[in-house]
Design a protein around this ligand. Structure first.
Ligand code: FAD
Length: 259
């Protein structure tokens, strides 16, 4: 079974994220990059399914050169090989451009199952899984908190506010996973050493046969017109309890229309 896991490098969760004044794109250069949190669950799910179904796991990442660090981390968790789509022409791609680029590479390398995180922590769009499935003309099973494969059929427990739906489809398919679907393994020392030798195919737009006019900031269908820093947090209201703390708190909540 050929399993491909899409992995996005995002700015470190604790780092301050800023947009570049020049082009309003996220400044990825001056902050540490980490694997998108939900993609760690996606990698783990890929490894578990490969172990259960005699499969192979390929990591696919579109990102600047520094994304190679996150690709190596994914390989050190146990993935077999990787494809890094890297080209200056991709900078500033919106979801349309990113989905076009990733789906072109997926069609090129082939897949039985594509696994993604349900969303990325930097843009939080939560649309790539659906866009990839649409472009690849395959089923999408989203927000999976459990994945089962039986022959040519994939079944997921799709997280809902009332519990879960059981969703079934035929392979090839795209699955997006949510937190707590599994417990991502920590790379072992042996895994980290082995990752150094694992193959990473680096593709430019030309290598992948992607039209530069359809990706990057120039092709983006959306434009950031302006942005402003979040106002500094206001000091809170301190309620001194002199036996009337409860009523003062209630008055405060009523004034804020919370109650
Ligand atoms: C602050 C900010 C705001 C943005 N606003 C918009 C907007 O309004 N409209 C728009 O079209 N674009 C927008 N973008 C660009 C958009 O983030 C990228 O195109 C992105 O690749 C897709 O959106 P996402 O990361 O939110 O993906 P999501 O749809 O949240 O991603 C889900 C999953 O897709 C996979 N994935 C995402 N990107 C990659 C990648 N590069 N390589 C490999 N796998 C990947 C990961 O598995 C991830 O878990 C914005 C970017 C930022 C940083």
């Amino acid at each position: 079974m050929n399993i491909v896991v899409c992995v996005k490098q995002v700015p470190d969760t604790w780092a301050e994220r800023t947009l570049r004044p020049a082009d309003s794109c996220l400044d990825r250069a001056s902050v540490d990059g980490v694997i998108n949190e939900l993609d760690e669950y996606a990698i783990e799910e890929g490894l578990l399914q490969a172990e259960a179904h005699d499969g192979e796991v390929t990591i696919l990442s579109m990102g600047p050169q520094k994304a190679a660090e996150s690709i190596r981390k994914a390989l050190s968790m146990g993935a077999d090989k990787a494809v890094h789509l890297v080209d200056d022409g991709l900078a500033g791609s919106d979801a349309l451009g990113t989905s076009l680029a990733l789906s072109t590479v997926l069609a090129r390398i082939g897949f039985d199952l594509v696994i993604l995180g349900a969303e990325a922590t930097d843009a939080r769009m939560g649309v790539l899984p659906a866009m990839l499935a649409e472009r690849l003309r395959v089923p999408q099973l989203s927000l999976a908190r459990k994945v089962e494969i039986d022959g040519n059929t994939v079944t997921v427990h799709r997280l809902t506010e009332y519990g879960y739906d059981q969703v079934v489809a035929s392979l090839p398919a795209v699955v997006s996973v949510v937190e707590k679907i599994n417990e991502p393994r920590y790379p072992s020392f042996k895994g980290i050493m082995a990752a150094k030798k694992k193959p990473v195919e680096t593709l430019s737009l030309a290598d992948a046969g992607i039209d530069p006019a359809q990706v990057g900031l120039g092709a983006a269908a959306t434009e950031v017109l302006s942005f402003a820093k979040r106002p500094p947090r206001q000091a809170g209201t301190i309620v001194k309890d002199e036996g009337d703390g409860g009523s003062k708190a209630a008055e405060f909540l009523a004034a804020q229309k919370f109650i």
